[in-house]
Design a binder for this molecule. Structure first.
Ligand code: F6R
Length: 243
C-alpha cells in the first residue's frame, strides 16, 4: 500500500489525476471506476482541465460507477448517475454510452446486480478504481459487517451514513434512501489499481484502521491491505492518527 500525505487538500487533484492518466496513457481504452461523494471532486476537476487543454482524452475509455441509491428516479439530482454526469462526465470527453451505472429503480434488483457484474467482466475488469472512505470505514456502500468477498448486491445504509449524506438532501435525513446497490468488496478488490482519497479529521480513525488495523469486516476498507496495488492519498488531518 502506497501512502501519500499531501500538504494541502487541493494537491489531491493533480496527484489523483496523474494516477488515472497513467492508465489512460498506457491504454486509451482503460476502464475507470468512479466514486461519488466529495473526496474525488478535485480529481474530476483536474481531469476536466486536462481534457479541456487537450492534454488527455477519455473518449475511448469506459467507466463504471461504484454504487447507486435504490428508488431515486433517473435524473434525480442526488441519484449517483446524475451526480457523476454533473461532476465528471460533463467535464470530460467520455462517451455517455460508455458510462455504466446501476439502475436503482430496476424491478429485479438482484438481477440488476448480476447484470452489472457481467458488464464489468465483459469490459475486461476495472483498471483503476477511485475510492472515498466513510468515517465508519465503508468503501462504496459496504458498511461495517459486509463480507470481505462480497460482490455487487443490495445493502441497507446505516443510520450514520444516512446522517452523513443528509447534507445532499437538504439536511433531511428521511429523504436519504434506506437501500442502495453497491459493488461488493470482492468486486472492488478485483480492480487492478485502487486509488483511495481521504480528506479531513473525521476520516482519521477510518484511515488508521485501513492502514494499520487488523483486517476485519468491522472496518470494511481494511480488506484493501490484501490488494497488491493501492494508492492512498491523504491530507495531514486524515493522516493524523497514523502511528
Ligand atoms: C461514493 C461512495 C462512498 C463515499 C464515502 C465518502 O460512491 O461509495 O463510499 O466514497 O461515503 O464520501 P465523501 O467523499 O463524500 O466523504
Amino acid at each position: 500500500m502506497e501512502i501519500v500525505i499531501i500538504d494541502e487538500p487541493e494537491d489531491v487533484g493533480p496527484l489523483g489525476a496523474d494516477a488515472i492518466a497513467q492508465h489512460v496513457v498506457a491504454n486509451p481504452e482503460a476502464v475507470l471506476g468512479l466514486a461519488t461523494g466529495s473526496s474525488p471532486l478535485r480529481v474530476y476537476q483536474e481531469l476536466g482541465a486536462r481534457v479541456a487543454r487537450g492534454e488527455l482524452s477519455l473518449s475511448r475509455c469506459q467507466a463504471f460507477l461504484l454504487d447507486e441509491y435504490v428508488g431515486l428516479p433517473a435524473g434525480h439530482p442526488e441519484a449517483y448517475r446524475t451526480v457523476i454526469d454533473r461532476e465528471f462526465c460533463d467535464l470530460v470527453d467520455l462517451d455517455p454510452a460508455n458510462v455504466h451505472g446501476l439502475d436503482g429503480t430496476a424491478e429485479d434488483l438482484l438481477g440488476e446486480c448480476t447484470r452489472y457484474e457481467s458488464a464489468i467482466a465483459a469490459a475486461g475488469g476495472i483498471d483503476v478504481q477511485l475510492l472515498g472512505i466513510g468515517r465508519d470505514g465503508h468503501i462504496a456502500f459496504n458498511e461495517p459487517g459486509s463480507s470481505l468477498g462480497s460482490r455487487t448486491r443490495v445493502k441497507t445504509l446505516t443510520t450514520q451514513t444516512r446522517l452523513d449524506n443528509a447534507r445532499f438532501f437538504g439536511d433531511d435525513f428521511h429523504a436519504v434512501p434506506l437501500h442502495c446497490l453497491t459493488q461488493g468488496i470482492g468486486t472492488i478488490s478485483s480492480a487492478r489499481h485502487l486509488v483511495l482519497i481521504a480528506l479531513g479529521e473525521p476520516k482519521a480513525e477510518a484511515v488508521h484502521q485501513l492502514v494499520e488495523g487488523p483486517i476485519s469486516a468491522l472496518w470494511p476498507a481494511t480488506a484493501l491491505q490484501l490488494h497488491p496495488h493501492v494508492t492512498v492519498l491523504l491530507d495531514p488531518a486524515a493522516a493524523s492518527r497514523l502511528q
